[in-house]
Ligand binder design. Sequence first.
Ligand code: XMP
Length: 531
Amino acid sequence: MTQKSAENLHHLDETLHEDRILILDFGSQVTQLIARRVRESGVYCEIWPFTANDEKIKAFNPRGIILSGSPASVHDEKAPQIPSAVFALNRPILGICYGQQALCQKLGGKVETHEHREFGRAFITVAEECSLFHGLWAVGNREQVWMSHGDRVTSLPPGFKAVAYSEGAPFAIIADESRKIYGVQFHPEVVHTPHGAALIRNFTHDVAGCSGSWTMAGFRDLEIERIREQVGDGKVICGLSGGVDSSVAAKLIHEAIGDQLTCIFVDPGILRSGEADEVVRTFRDEFNIKLVHRDASDLFLGELAGVTDPEIKRKTIGRLFVEVFEEEALKLGGAQFLAQGTLYPDVIESVSFTGGPSVTIKSHHNVGGLPERMNMKLVEPLRELFKDEVRALGRELGIPEVIVGRHPFPGPGLAIRIPGDITREKLDILRKADAIYLEEIRSAGLYNEIWQAFAVLLPVRTVGVMGDGRTYDQACALRAVTSTDGMTAEVYPFSFEFLNRVSGRIVNEVRGINRVTYDITSKPPGTIEWE
Ligand code: XMP
C-alpha cells in the first residue's frame, strides 16, 4: 500500500467513524433497535456487552454512551453493573429503562419494585425543559411512549431532576444537565414511541455533539479502500444468490478490485420465476462482473427426489451448495479470498440472561467450513451494517430496486414452500402462482409494506368445478407478513377484494391449482415459512 492510499484510508476512516456512540447492552430484546435509531440519525455506533472492559471503552472514546434496557432487576444478586469507564469518560450518558435504573442506583438514587407495572402504550407529561427533547416537546405536553418495566426509580440521585412523569413512573425522564446524564423509563427506540427516533437524534446531535457524518456514500468510499488494502492483487470469489446481501457485497467488491473478483452463482433449480435469468443479466451483462453460472438443478432436484422431511431438505440443499460451490471455485484455479455477506447483527456479541433458544427450530445454511477447507481468508465488507443500511448502500451503488428492495428469501428456496416431496412439475405450478401473487402485490403498491409474501403449494388435492367440468387439483396457500427482523411476524391485513382478485387469477391462470387459502397465523405460534 502506498503512503498516499494509506493516508486516504485513514482520512476516510476518521471522517466516517469519528463521531461515535457506544451502546452498552444489558440484555434487552431491543438493543439493536437503539443502534438502528442512532445510525439513522447519521451517527456511527457499536453495541458492546456491559461486561466490556474499561480500557477498551476508554480507547473507543465515544462522544456519548447509551445504556440499554434489560430483563434483569437492579435488585438481583448478580445485577449487571455499569462499567466505571462510562463515568470516567465524562461524556453524555443516556440510560434507557434498566439503564436509567442502574444509573440511579449507582449515583445515589433509589429504585423500587412497584405493584403498578407499566407495559405497552403509556403517556407522559412534560414538566420541565430538557435538552433531550428541546424543540420537540414543550412543557405541559402529553406524549405517547412505550413502557415495559416492573422496577422504577423512586428517588433521584443528587444533581438530577424529573423533567417528565407518568402515572406509573414519577420519574419518567430524569436529567442532570450539568453532567449531561439522562434517563428515560420508557423505550424511545421502538416505533410505538412516536417521537423516540427524534429524541435519540437530540441526544446524539444536540447533547453529544455528533455531526451526522455516517452516510452510505462515505461508507462506500471507505470500504472500497479497505477492500483494496486487504486484497492487494489477490483473487476473490463470491457466492451470489440473488439476495440483497450477496448482491451488494459483490457490487461493492467489484468497484474496489474489478476483475480480481469472480462471482459464482449456483442455480439449485428451486428459485422463483425468472430469478436466475435476472441475476445473470444484472451482474454479468449490466455490471460486467465475471460470473460463473452453474445450472445445478438436475443435481439438486435429483438428490431431493422423495425427500419430505424439512430438515433433511435443508441439510441436503446446504451440503450440495457447498459441494457445487467448491467444485466451481477449484475450476477457477483457487482464490485467496472468499467474500461473505456477514452483517452487523451476526457479529454483535450478545448478552443473554435466558441462555438463548435451546432448541433448533430450523437449521439455516451457508457455505460454512469452506474457507478453512480451501484455506481462504474472508472478505466481509458488510460486517458493520444493519440490513436497512445494506439496502441504502445498494442504492448508492446503483443496484436496481427489484434486487435492493427484495423481500428476504430462504436459502432452501421453494423446496420449503412445497410441503412433501418436490418435483419439477410442482415447482412450475408454484412459480406461476407465486409470480401472480407478487405481481398483484406490486401493482397494488403494497410490496414495500410487507416483510415477506409468497405462495405455498399444499400437498392436498381438492375437488372443484370449472366450466362444465369437475377438477381435482392442488390447493395453495398465500402468506404475507410484516416484521422488523423475522423473529416475530404479523399477518398482513389484505383487503378481501385484493385476496379475491389474486385467488381468481391463480385458479384461472395456473393449471394444477383449484383452491386458494390465506394463512392468517402470526409468528409465534407459526413460523414464517411453512417448513
Ligand atoms: P421462519 O420460517 O423460521 O423464518 O419464521 C424466519 C426467516 O428466516 C427465513 N428462513 C430461512 N433462511 N435458510 C435461510 O437462509 C433457511 O433454511 C430458512 N428458513 C427460514 C425465512 O424466509 C424468514 O425470513
